[in-house]
Design a protein around this ligand. Sequence first.
Ligand SMILES: Nc1nc2c(c(=O)[nH]1)N=C([C@H](O)[C@H](O)COP(=O)(O)OP(=O)(O)OP(=O)(O)O)CN2
Length: 159
Amino acid sequence: MAHRLLSDPSGKCLTPHGHDELVSVTLRPLQPMDFGGSNMTAAFEHAKGRWHGWIDNAVDHAFQLSLADPLLGYFREHEPDRLPRIMTFDGDPTTEALAIGFLRKLTAFLEADGLFAAEAVRVQETPTNACSLTAADLASIDWSPGAWARRADDSLNDL
Ligand SMILES: Nc1nc2c(c(=O)[nH]1)N=C([C@H](O)[C@H](O)COP(=O)(O)OP(=O)(O)OP(=O)(O)O)CN2
């Protein structure tokens, strides 16, 4: 992915730059174990399919930008075809904001089939920077990077 932070105090992150982010999620099964039969609650494929599809097809190589970033105006005017690959944020696209967006999106995906609930997410931006967020943390946060994060679709923005 690539991003830039308009409010970074050091100014270093004002330049668009990339990270090879690692994202881990923790799920809680909502169905009972089928002991003596499948010996599972639901197949891992159910848990991973929708999420992996979004990560691989939409999030991977996306450009994360604040809605206040003038670069959005550039893409609107000169490269509108790229807009679906821009992940937008109310404020800067920090690791913290991304963790909230990811946990909201995962929750939206999982609510559709009722097999698992999203318990936690961890976003590792660099070898020395990471942010972890639990469902309990999220319950006390009223903010979202955008309405896109609450929708069970492949969107990254509300443009
Ligand atoms: N609270 C946060 N602070 C910063 C974030 C963030 O998401 N949340 N992000 C950044 C930048 O993305 C920056 O690229 C990473 O900053 P930095 O730690 O300086 O990265 P380095 O790889 O250069 O770190 P070293 O420890 O110097 O290797 C900034 N702050």
